[in-house]
Design a protein around this ligand. Structure first.
Ligand SMILES: [Zn+2]
Length: 93
């Protein structure tokens, strides 16, 4: 019996899709061990498709990530600044 692979080296494949009819973009990510070829499962994501978030294929092997060009949606940092701004306004009100 072969020794268990310690999974030391990886290859990632990212396919970026442009959904022309709805003007959205998505990145589909797959990762496998280059030594033994075993694919890796993505954890903590709901199965399905969400063009505003992250989902995973039903076998868990393909992460489906909604993406957009920088600046088209608020970044996490933008959202923090908006919240801080809103809290500041509240304090003075
Ligand atoms: Zn391996």
């Amino acid at each position: 019996m072969a020794e268990r692979c310690p999974h030391m080296n990886f290859s990632a494949n990212v396919q970026v899709a442009r959904l022309e009819d709805i003007g959205r973009f998505a990145a589909d990510v797959r990762i496998h061990c280059t030594e033994c070829g075993l694919p890796f499962q993505f954890l903590g994501l709901e199965p399905g498709l969400d063009l505003q978030g992250a989902r995973v294929s039903v076998d868990g092997l393909e992460a489906r990530l909604a993406i957009c060009p920088q600046g088209e949606e608020p970044s996490p940092m933008d959202n923090i600044m908006i919240k801080i701004g809103a809290a500041g306004v509240k304090r003075h009100g």
